[in-house]
Design a protein around this ligand. Structure first.
Ligand SMILES: [Zn+2]
Length: 358
């Protein structure tokens, strides 16, 4: 809510809310009662200072030129509360050690190869179960819902311009938040890209071209150059791109782009294949669905720490959060829609006959 919206719901002047936010005014017991009524959050939630510094780093957001302030604030806050819930549960359980390393002076491709090793992946071969691999390496992965509704369902914010962002909380706890309503291959690319930021850009050197470096890291991490060259033979065709997409979980467009970068296709071939992707509408919506793998850690930890609490009611009480909010965080950690069989290579002609998608 904006200050104005909250002031209206609490029936106080906006200046009062502004002063309380700035720590210039101590909220009265009466205001606290109004606040809990207006937000459905318990008084304890407002009485306790947050346990964690969860900074909205300029690094995480500089790429989102189109991002509206509401999208930015709400996606950040939701990630923060997912994180706090994670830490609340983690304090009651034994959780995985962080296996990720910071390599701010390393070349992006080399850092990607080292990171594959640190995460227990082979030097070559597709990364299967990327999300669970990251979670088991101590990285907090959270899905954000595409639409964030206010508690009373009066207003909704679509976070359509957010793909994902990442931060190290207090320098030691890596977090990646991604928009869970994107196609599976795009989510994988975002995860690998943000992983690159975590590995390469803490601390950040001014001369670094961070988006380019995160791209190079992500490309190498998901599809190592050695394998890429071994598997993408000439002539490069759309069918070949589709086959590699199914096997590696990387989009046809991304494979084609990299093929140009590595000089596997000529400029002319690249343009020709792009044109054919475009003609079929595949630059907007590609064939071969990559299954979405949802984060499991929050669900898993809640099940362990609260064995007999399937409704999450006890968890909500202990964490000083309203039940609807807990449920919102949990329900975002699920793979939406899409029912395709993973890893199946479907012939392109068959697919086009059977599908009516744009
Ligand atoms: Zn980036």
């Amino acid at each position: 809510m904006t200050q104005g919206e909250l002031a209206e719901k609490c029936d106080v002047a906006q200046a009062t809310v502004a002063m309380i936010e700035r720590d210039a005014l101590m909220p009265s017991p009466d205001f606290l009662r109004r606040l809990t009524r207006a937000t459905s959050f318990p008084a304890e939630f407002f009485m306790n200072a947050p346990d964690w510094e969860f900074p909205l780093g300029s690094l995480s957001y500089r790429k989102f030129s189109k991002l509206r302030a509401a999208e930015r604030t709400k996606s950040h806050r939701l990630a923060q509360q997912s994180f706090e819930l994670y830490e609340f549960l983690a304090a009651r359980l034994k959780t995985p050690r962080v296996a990720l390393g910071k390599m701010p002076t390393e070349q992006p491709q080399e850092a990607a190869r080292l990171t594959r090793t640190l995460l227990g992946l082979s030097a070559t071969g597709p990364v299967r179960g990327l999300v669970s691999r990251l979670e088991r390496s101590g990285i907090r992965v959270f899905f954000l819902p595409e639409v964030i509704e206010d508690p009373d369902h009066e207003s909704r914010t679509e976070i359509e311009n957010v793909d994902g962002f990442s931060i190290w909380v207090e320098g030691a706890k890596p977090v990646i938040a991604v928009n869970g309503s994107r196609p599976g291959d795009r989510i994988r690319l975002t995860l690998a890209h943000e992983l690159g930021h975590l590995v390469l850009h803490y601390p950040f050197h001014a001369e670094q071209d961070i988006e380019r470096e995160a791209y190079l890291f992500g490309a190498e991490f998901l599809f190592p150059e050695e394998s890429f060259r071994a598997e993408l033979h000439r002539p490069v065709t759309l069918a070949k791109l589709a086959e590699l997409k199914a096997r590696w979980g990387v989009s046809m467009s991304a494979i084609l782009y990299r093929a140009r970068e590595l000089d596997i296709v000529s400029d002319r071939q690249h343009k020709y294949l792009r044109m054919h992707l475009g003609k079929r509408g595949w630059t907007k919506c590609e064939p071969v669905d990559i299954p979405i793998e949802a984060p499991r850690a929050l669900h898993y930890m809640a099940d362990l720490a609260y064995r007999d609490d399937r409704s999450h009611r006890a968890l909500a009480d202990d964490a000083h959060l309203p039940l609807f909010w807990i449920n919102r965080i949990f329900s975002a950690q699920a793979a939406p829609r899409r029912t395709e069989v993973p890893g199946q290579v479907v012939s392109l002609t068959d697919r086009r006959k059977n599908r009516s998608r744009p």
